[in-house]
Ligand binder design. Structure first.
Ligand code: FAD
Ligand code: AMP
Length: 479
């Protein structure tokens, strides 16, 4: 038997690496097992998020956005350029350098905090035992008083569109296209499909997004979703709702996709197809059945509100358990679990987890949308404010979008904040903090905001809840 630890974490994504660092900060002897190796065969920390998820997608979203700004919008504000060209190879180089910096940062943090990095595949073989199979196949078993499973998730594949070389790919392949496809198909108008569709559409791909559901972004407030759909359409994204993909055929270097919609069977041919139909937990084989950790039929590990599995001392966090598949949700669960192991009382507020779609403009929300609140029988009052009436947004040449606040009609407590705008992903933090502090809409309305700032649109939306936005025609007289 090799070393004994207070905590062993399996997986070094944003769930696992944060749990490991926090546990070490709490004075616990901690190890973190990671199996991911880069093209050079070196173990890399950071999981999906840093290697093939949040960070690389945002690098390409930023570069492609800047390209569109230069190509289509600089002239509007008095900057004349020769027609700019997108250098895809350089963009990928930039994206890879961003990944390398982030990944290297985690390894440095492990060292600085005294987390032991174990390279290889971890498997829980007893309630206090983790077996690690190194990249050379050598097995070692480690003992731990507590085990945190943070094995993450992988893309869902669907039978109608089997992956094929670099033609039919998942989100991972879509971060590696070496040239802009002429015709791009995206299956799924979820967060990842819209982001990656945007990247390549901005760089010049004729992009069609096929979405089985009839409703666009059902988790977002209807008013914000409608506005988003309109803005993305204007940018050239052809989003076909009610279009269920049923088959595909590869012919040479292209793929023909069959789908059914209200008019019957249809087909379209693309040079590349990205399958973005969701992600599934990556838990196969991570726990030996004899240990007794319960999994559901889709592979999610059963946990309670504090991420405890059915076996005392074994926790599971992040994408491999219930809840939204988001990096910051995984990280917060990591902190909570480390604190619990260290003997503290810790819990998480699952009602105040923000979501962001990094399209342009960005879409961000926290809490309930209006339709959800009404379906729950909650009487609400709402306030909306358009960015076209916000001075800073106009000065930024980014007047698109709106902010909406949903508050309880009786108590005025904020139930949700939904935004589509430039930098909505930054603005939403105000909604999250307000909800964490149990604020009323009036609390935000009585707060002094810096001028000029796009945040003032949140202030105005809060004022509008009571019908008193300043920069908008008012409907109510103050009593
Ligand atoms: P992961 O990040 O998947 O990490 C799990 C780690 O565990 C991996 O490194 C894996 O190799 C390792 N592992 C698994 N099994 C074992 C084992 N047996 N032994 C050793 N190691 C193991 N989320 C956001 O919040 N914001 C975004 O903008 C965003 N953008 C995204 C864009 C894309 C294209 C994708 C694909 C995802 C995006 N996500 C985003 C989702 C986000 O990446 C995940 O929610 C997040 O990475 C989950 O963290 P995790 O730690 O649970 O799992
Ligand atoms: P998300 O889970 O947010 O990543 O979104 C995945 C999207 O893919 C969902 O909106 C699904 O409705 C959609 N989807 C799943 N299967 C299909 C299919 N066969 N054809 C078209 N869309 C699909």
């Amino acid at each position: 038997m090799a070393d004994k630890f207070d905590v062993i974490v399996i997986g070094a994504g944003p769930g696992g690496y944060v749990a490991a660092i926090r546990a070490a900060q709490m004075g616990l002897k901690t190890a973190c097992v990671e199996k991911w190796v880069n093209k050079e065969g070196k173990t890399v920390h950071g999981g999906t998020c840093l290697n093939v998820g949040c960070i690389p997608s945002k690098a390409l979203l930023e570069t492609s956005h800047k390209f569109v700004e230069a190509r289509d919008h600089f002239a509007e504000i008095g900057i004349d350029l020769e027609a700019p060209k997108a250098n895809v190879a350089k963009m990928l180089e930039f994206k890879n350098s961003v990944i390398a910096k982030n990944v290297g940062g985690i390894s440095a943090l492990f060292k600085a905090n005294g987390v032991t990095a174990l390279d290889g595949t971890g498997r829980v073989v007893g309630s206090k035992q983790v077996e690690v199979t190194g990249h050379d196949g050598e097995k070692s078993t480690f003992e731990a008083d507590n085990i945190v499973i943070a094995a993450g998730s992988v893309p869902v594949e669907i039978p109608p569109t089997p992956l094929h070389e670099d033609i039919v790919v998942t989100s991972t392949g879509a971060l590696e296209f070496t040239e802009v496809p002429k015709r791009l198909g995206v299956i799924g108008a979820g967060v990842i499909g819209l982001e990656l569709g945007s990247v390549w559409s901005r760089l010049g791909a004729e992009t069609v997004v096929l979405e089985a559901m009839d409703t666009f972004l059902p988790m977002v407030d209807t008013a914000i979703a409608k506005e988003t759909q309109k803005l993305l359409k204007k940018q050239g994204l052809d989003i076909k709702l009610g279009a269920r993909v049923t088959g595909s055929e590869i012919k040479g270097n292209e793929v023909t996709v069959k789908y059914s919609d209200k008019d019957g069977e249809q087909e379209l041919t693309f040079d590349k197809l990205i399958v973005c139909v969701g992600r599934r937990p990556y838990t196969k084989g991570v726990v030996d059945e004899s240990v007794g950790v319960g999994l559901d039929e889709r592979g999610f590990i059963h946990v309670d509100d504090q991420c405890r599995t059915s076996v005392p001392g074994i926790y599971a966090i992040g994408d491999c358990v219930r809840g939204p598949m988001l990096a910051h949700k995984a990280s917060e669960e990591g902190v909570m679990v480390a604190d619990i192991i260290a003997g503290h009382k810790a819990e998480m507020n699952y009602d105040a987890i923000p979501s962001v779609i990094y399209t342009s403009p960005e879409v961000a929300w926290v809490g309930m949308n209006e339709q959800e609140a009404k379906a729950k029988g909650i009487e609400v009052k709402t306030g909306s404010f358009p960015f076209s009436a916000n001075g800073r947004a106009l000065a930024n040449n980014a007047p698109e979008g709106m902010a909406k606040i949903i508050a309880d009609a009786e108590t005025d407590r904020i139930l949700g904040v939904h935004i589509v705008s430039q930098h909505a992903g930054e603005l939403i933090a105000q909604g999250v903090i307000a909800m964490e502090f149990g604020s009323s809409a009036e609390d935000l309305a009585l707060t002094c905001y810096a001028h000029p700032s796009t945040s003032e649109a949140i202030h105005e939306a809060a004022l509008a809840v009571d019908g008193h936005a300043i920069h908008m025609a008012n409907r109510k007289k103050r009593k």
